[in-house]
Design a protein around this ligand. Structure first.
Ligand code: ARG
Length: 567
């Protein structure tokens, strides 16, 4: 945040505040011709027993700085930077690509994606996957030691149901033809028939009990479902370019749960309720947290308790993030509350990072009724549409299929991540692929434009390096024009966007930033000619173009989106 630091340092000589405090108060003037930065004098009024207007006047009157001018505008002091001087400093700073390493020495374990076995990978898990992946990259860049874990839903009563349904109606031929689709059919049929067949639910519970006890047949059926699911999930992760440091499903914690149950017992936290064992959370104003069911089988919260303890004790997590839908809010509050009751003071470093529901073109989903929008279908269609658009816009383009893949998938990811994560997303492919909207393809297209401008510069005036090389260190930014100056200032705010995105666990901050940079570059591109005869001007503008392209690619990279060189 260079420009605010310079402003704060200059203001420090005129107001009785620390530079940090000044930085926080700085604002952007409503229109760029008023100046680059505004300092509001309201809060100083009390201290000086003077009207803010007068204070602004006296600061501006006493102003004395070689490269920054000040003028009073009502209660504000507006500062204007010398573009040649500061512009060159800003460009040099940008070349370094440095961001403050605020997370040094802090290990963050991110629970992300975590789909359920034996179900298709639906668009519901896209959000956890992509928000998680973005948070992973963002934390990494901010210097954190990050570990991602895919907490597969591979344990629980639903596998009892899955096995019971298979035992009743399973057809091996159909299953091997379409393992996931057929598993889902079985699961849906289970719920339909269970409505009038009362023997089904107990049968399912019995199978899950057997599974937890390690029964051979139960285990091998379960292993089959895990195996076919992982194949499908891996295909999705490859396309989305998402990797995990660990894939440890709920089943991994099976042998770690007895210790948790014992410790709860020892601490006198377990009480009986209708034959089940629960931890009461009346004081926290929450319903009791179920730990062991009547038949002695474990449940989702029990597994999450064991998981959290493992991540803290074994993985040495300083912070635990859970990127999981908003509908599980109570679940995590309960789990964290039980940890606190167990005396784990680190429970406060556990954070649920919730997000809103994703609907697809208005449709809601329900796994139980088999209404799942398969991510694979959405991605295929997005890529197909992207290809059609490219064929129309740029039929000569090389490696069209590859570019279409990057654009189609980028459109889906960006269409998700540009929303404040807590908002519900009603996803529409048409909107997401609009090249002129606030979309991934718009940003990608702008990136490709920066690259084609650079190529044009290189073609006309030697290599790209020659074309951009800056000889006179002060020749930079006064050649950029107003739009170029605004773009340059915006580029220096990348660390600020990153910091805010990490602090709020909010990838949309970076998606918005990418849009802002793309818009700002396009304004610059439309207003100023870049590849022109005058070498000084051309070099400065090409340099800015290169820095803008780099910032766009970097920001999109944090979101897990590719930026093809040509589109
Ligand atoms: N598999 C769960 C679901 O799809 C999400 C698991 C989230 N992570 C966790 N530690 N509970 O609803």
């Amino acid at each position: 945040m260079m420009i605010t630091q310079w402003a704060a340092n200059a203001l420090k000589n005129h107001v009785p505040l620390e530079a940090d405090d000044i930085s926080k108060r700085l604002e952007t003037p409503p229109s760029p011709d008023m100046g680059d930065i505004a300092f509001p004098c309201f809060t100083l009024a009390k201290q000086f027993r003077k009207a803010p207007q007068e204070i602004a006047q006296s600061i501006a009157g006493a102003w004395d700085h070689a490269h920054i001018t000040a003028s009073a505008a009502g209660p504000y002091v507006n500062l204007t930077f010398d573009r040649g001087y500061y512009g060159s400093l800003m460009m040099e700073g940008l070349e370094q690509e440095k961001v403050p390493e605020t997370g040094k020495g802090i290990r963050v374990v991110i629970d992300m994606s975590s789909p359920n076995i034996a179900k298709p990978f639906g668009i519901g898990h896209l959000r956890s996957t992509m928000i998680g992946a973005a948070l992973y990259h963002m934390h990494k860049l901010a210097g954190y030691d990050v570990v991602s874990v895919n907490h597969l839903g591979d344990w629980g009563t639903q596998f009892g149901k899955q096995i019971a349904a298979y035992k009743r109606w399973g057809d091996d031929e159909r299953l091997s033809a379409d393992p996931i689709g057929e598993s889902l059919n079985l699961y849906v049929r289970f719920h339909e028939e269970a409505e009038h067949d009362e023997t089904l639910e107990p049968e399912a519970r019995e199978w899950f009990r057997k599974l937890e006890e390690g029964d051979g047949e139960a285990r091998s059926l379960w292993a089959y479902f895990v195996d076919v699911s992982m194949k499908e999930f891996s295909r999705m992760y490859d396309r989305l370019n998402v990797r995990f440091d660990y894939t440890l499903g709920e089943s991994f914690y099976n042998d770690k749960m007895p210790a948790v149950v014992d410790s709860l017992k020892e601490k006198g936290l377990l009480v009986e309720s209708d034959g089940a064992l629960v931890v009461r959370l009346d004081e926290e104003g929450m319903p009791p947290c179920l730990i062991l069911k009547k038949d002695g089988t474990t449940i989702y919260p029990t597994r999450d308790l064991a998981t959290a303890i493992y991540r803290h004790d074994e993985m040495k997590a300083d912070r635990l993030l859970y990127v999981v839908g908003n509908e599980q809010r109570l679940h995590f509050q309960q789990v964290f509350a039980v940890l606190r009751r167990m005396g784990m003071d680190w429970a406060d470093s556990c954070t649920h990072v919730p997000f809103g529901l994703m609907k697809f073109e208005g449709k809601k989903m329900s796994t139980r009724r088999g209404k799942i929008v398969k991510l694979e279908n959405v991605l295929d269609e997005a890529v197909e549409r992207a290809l059609a658009i490219i064929n129309e816009k740029n039929p000569e383009l090389e490696s069209k299929q590859q570019v279409a893949e990057a654009v189609g998938i980028g459109a889906v990811i960006f269409g998700d991540l540009k929303n404040n994560r807590l908002n519900e997303v009603d996803f529409s492919l048409e909107d997401a692929l609009n090249f002129d909207g606030e979309t991934g393809p718009y940003v990608q297209y702008t990136y490709a434009r920066t690259q084609s401008v650079l190529a044009k510069g290189a073609a006309a005036y030697g290599t790209a390096e020659d074309a951009m090389e800056e000889t006179d260190p002060n020749a930079g930014a006064h050649h950029l024009g107003d739009a170029g100056w605004e773009l340059l200032k915006l580029l220096t705010r990348f660390p600020e966007a990153l910091e805010r995105g990490v602090r709020n666990q909010e990838p949309s901050v970076l998606a918005r930033y990418a849009l802002d940079v793309a818009q700002s570059f396009n304004q610059f591109y439309n207003k100023e000619r870049i590849v022109i005869e005058d070498a000084q001007v051309r070099k400065a503008r090409l340099r800015l173009t290169r820095l803008a392209g780099r910032t766009i690619a970097r920001t999109m990279g944090l979101l897990g989106i590719q930026t093809p060189e040509r589109m």
